[in-house]
Design a protein around this ligand. Structure first.
Ligand code: GUN
Length: 326
């Protein structure tokens, strides 16, 4: 039996006094090695989002998301398709701009400015990474921060650093935090190691975890490729968040017995045994790490669905804010 099928038997993962809590946790953590089921948690959030969209529409406001993709990166094309499909499933207005790789920076910024001015659009996402000739920072800075549901604009980065909840928080770290909260993993006072220092995941993740409140109040270490004795640093973690972008980088020797591991990686690797010849793996060597963990997210089905669910939630929040001003 492989590792994933061993988790099919569903039992409560964490002792809980409250029956409702216990039922919810049973739904989201599958026993054996306590798999945190991102797909189930994302489905719950999407159900809430569908209801929120219906309410907004009844009041005359349809949340609108514009996704812009430049070039033909197959992984990015798949993400963009997924975002568009989820938007439609939730009853939101979705606009997809797929531009050729030859698109100039001026053309791209002109499109962003048109979307900034479009009252049917409350959220703008330019898929990263763009082709090399595009200055991504200039494009992000052209987005109206009030429509920047990615949370990449300096205004939103600043708000997150300040602990100001008015801004937008990047969807992947927001999804990781929500996974921890929904799975009943206490972050307050926990030693958390964030492995990776990107603007999309590592840095905002660290800020979220050190901010005050639920899913925060942690003692955070940010480790990366230049960290001395990386393995020993990771082994100190009660919660390890792997976002280093290297397939199966985190081995069992990086993980303290009983730690919670959140795997942000989505890496396509060769798999001659599969009909497609490829498979997705995370940044964590799942089969050797999982038996040591109190809880772990799988890839696929962990952080990935949460990123999209949080994008939808951010788009709805943006629509609400715009509606409140009109
Ligand atoms: N590429 C990978 N993740 C993301 C994301 O969250 N937002 C954008 N815009 N691009 C990405």
């Amino acid at each position: 039996m492989d590792v994933l099928s061993a988790t099919v038997c569903v039992l409560c993962a964490f002792a809980a006094n409250d029956a409702r809590d216990s039922n919810e946790r049973r739904a989201f953590t599958r026993e054996a090695m306590n798999l945190i089921d991102g797909k189930a948690i994302a489905a719950k959030i999407n159900t809430e989002s569908r209801a929120a969209v219906a309410e907004l529409k009844a009041a005359g406001h349809t949340p609108g998301l514009a996704v812009v993709l430049v070039g033909e990166n197959p992984a990015s094309q798949a993400y963009v398709r997924n975002k568009d499909r989820t938007c439609q499933e939730l009853g939101m207005h979705s606009v997809k701009h797929e531009l050729p790789a030859t698109t100039t920076q001026t053309e791209l910024i002109a499109l962003v400015q048109r979307l900034n001015a479009d009252p049917a659009i409350h959220a703008i996402l330019v898929q990263s990474p763009p082709p090399a000739h595009i200055d991504e920072r200039a494009v992000v800075e052209a987005i109206d921060p009030r429509k920047d549901v990615d949370g990449f604009h300096p205004v939103n980065v600043g708000k997150l650093a300040l602990g100001d909840t008015d801004g937008f928080v990047p969807c992947t770290p927001l999804g990781c935090q929500r996974l921890l909260v929904e799975a009943g993993v206490e972050t307050r006072g926990a030693n958390v190691v964030v492995l990776g220092r990107s603007m999309i995941v590592g840095k905002p993740m660290a800020l979220l975890l050190m901010n005050k409140g639920a899913g925060g109040d942690a003692t955070v270490t940010v480790a990366h490729s230049r960290t001395r004795d990386l393995e020993a640093v990771c082994r100190e973690a009660d919660i390890l968040i792997a976002a280093i972008g290297q397939p199966e980088f985190v081995k069992a020797s990086f993980v303290k017995e009983g730690a919670v591991v959140i795997d942000v990686g989505i890496n396509r690797v060769a798999a001659p045994e599969k009909p497609s010849g490829a498979k997705l793996v995370g940044d964590v060597a799942f089969s050797e790490v999982a038996p040591r963990c109190r809880a772990i997210t799988p890839v696929p089905g962990g952080v990935g669905p949460m990123t999209i669910a949080m994008l939808m939630a951010n788009t709805i929040a943006s629509c609400r804010r715009w509606a409140a001003q009109t």
